[in-house]
Design a protein around this ligand. Structure first.
Ligand SMILES: Nc1ncnc2c1ncn2[C@@H]1O[C@H](COP(=O)(O)OP(=O)(O)OP(=O)(O)O)[C@@H](O)[C@H]1O
Ligand SMILES: [Mg+2]
Length: 458
């Protein structure tokens, strides 16, 4: 582990440098040493180091110059300065400029080791943070929001314009249509992307806590307020606050929210100090806010404040073209996660997915695909691998058995009935043909024969 930590020692005093080299190598670090500032910077230009331990006073340069060069060229490298007796003042100055810490001569190796360990930990945290942020950004790239339909293409071009602004956005759509995904994509692709994205689900927080959750409170503001609390608005400063399920916000908080949006200032509960805000507000709801306004449940003036740019995400059943690309996307994602070959849908299974009304929208489709990847052995997904309600909806919807003056193909209709019953029986039997045959009161060979004749996957 420690061999992975690379330390550069810049020290003109040969004795001190050698002693440090030996001690740190013995502690397991990968260490290099050099005797001048110039050599040190040359080393740093050639390869990355996690930590630089530099003497504050070198013949050709001082440690502060080295510090600023390191921080400029390689911000993740931590710098520890070594000072002679009496120059601690300068070392403190150096810390203000970004040095990690300083240590005075004569060196105490235990103390140095502790400082190094902490610097390493900090460096790791910083890179983890950079990594996580990068991951987040990739996750919410537009390319990961799937949608070929015209409605989604229009939504993407609207989003391209929205990310260039700071305007307030209201995202509307049924449950599971991707409101939160769109809110995050707006934040992580806009110019606030390096600032916080704070989500508040207004319906998940008990009403009596929501006010201080959103706006914070002063110490002693109410019983139980033992410490002061920073509200979500303050926490989101310079970034974006995502007010999810805004339709459930109680009236008195609607009034307070309106004031915060108008004044662009927040006052913590129980305090009269105004705190300036620069927060982008994105809210979302699956209720029809205009109707709520008409019913007197939602303030009209707040509705207009929030609804500066509306973004409507249509339900999945209204954009059937998106079902195939979404299904492929989720299949790929889950198959990759489970390290199996990418699965495919056969024609009938796709037709069944396209015929289903998807009341739970994309979330329902996503969950079903995850389940199918986990439970289906074959790499081809057929009708009978789909949940029973989806298969049933398809079979019932696609084939009428009533005779009309226009006529009916009786043989085909009977085939379809047989097919449906076999599919249902196989679903109930978990694919075990012998059990399905028992349920249908036929023998297994008849079942297999029928399946072959009907062109069903055996
Ligand atoms: N167009 C899309 N492309 C890829 N994934 C999507 C898409 N739309 C939604 N999803 C995924 O579907 C799931 C549900 O989306 P999300 O949570 O954003 O929906 P929501 O509208 O906020 O739902 P709710 O109203 O229930 O909170 C998430 O896992 C999301 O990543
Ligand atoms: Mg949501």
């Amino acid at each position: 582990m420690k061999q992975n930590i690379k330390i550069l020692i810049i020290e003109d005093d040969d004795g001190s440098r050698e002693a440090l080299l030996i001690l740190l190598k013995a502690s397991g670090f990968t260490v290099k040493g050099c005797s001048s500032g110039k050599d040190g910077l040359d080393f740093l230009a050639g390869e990355p180091f996690d930590i630089v331990i530099s003497d504050l006073f070198l013949p050709d340069m001082n440690g502060i110059d080295i510090l600023s060069r390191v921080k400029q060229d390689s911000p993740r490298t931590e710098v520890i300065l070594v000072t002679g007796h009496g120059s601690a003042e300068t070392a403190v100055q150096a810390m203000k400029k970004g040095a990690y810490d300083y240590i005075t001569k004569p060196l105490n190796i235990d103390e140095l080791r502790i400082i190094i360990d902490k610097a390493v930990e900090k460096g790791q945290l910083v890179s983890e943070n950079v990594y996580l942020k990068k991951q987040l950004r990739e996750k919410y790239e537009f390319a990961n929001i799937i949608g070929n339909s015209q409605a989604m293409q229009q939504l993407f071009s609207r989003m391209q314009r929205i990310i260039k602004t700071d305007s307030t956005v209201l995202i509307l759509g049924e449950s599971g249509t991707g409101k939160e995904l769109v809110a995050k994509a707006i934040h992580f692709n806009g110019n606030r992307k390096d600032k916080p994205f704070i989500a508040v689900n207004c319906s998940a927080i008990p009403e009596n806590l929501l006010e201080s959750e959103l706006f914070g409170h002063a110490k002693g503001a109410f019983t139980g307020a033992v410490k002061e609390k920073v509200g979500k608005f303050e926490a989101a400063n310079y970034g974006t606050i995502f007010l999810d399920e805004i339709g459930t916000l109680p009236m008195h908080l609607q009034t307070k929210l309106l004031r915060v949006l108008q004044e662009q200032e927040v006052e913590r509960v129980g305090s009269n100090k105004q705190i300036k805000l620069d927060v982008r507000v994105v809210s979302a709801t699956n209720v029809n806010l205009e109707e709520e306004v008409a019913r007197g449940n939602f303030r009209e003036d707040l509705f207009y404040r929030l609804n500066v740019i509306p973004v409507q995400i249509p339900p999945l059943r209204e954009r059937v073209e998106d079902i195939l690309p979404l299904t492929k996307h989720f299949l790929e994602k889950n198959c990759r996660a489970m390290q199996r070959p990418i699965m495919h849908l056969d024609k009938e299974a796709l037709e069944a997915l396209e015929a289903y009304p998807w009341n739970g929208n994309v979330r329902e489709l996503e969950n079903i695909m995850e389940r199918i990847v986990a439970l289906t052995e074959s790499d081809v997904i057929t009708l009978r691998d789909l949940p029973a309600n989806i298969a049933k909806n398809y079979i019932e919807g696609s084939h009428s058995t009533s005779v009309t003056p226009a006529g009916i193909d009786m043989v085909q209709a009977i085939n379809e009935i047989e097919k449906r019953m076999i599919t249902e029986a196989l679903q109930l039997s978990g694919g075990v043909k012998a059990r399905a045959a028992v349920m249908l009161s036929i023998n297994r060979t008849t079942l297999v024969e029928k399946m072959r004749r009907l062109g069903m996957q055996l």
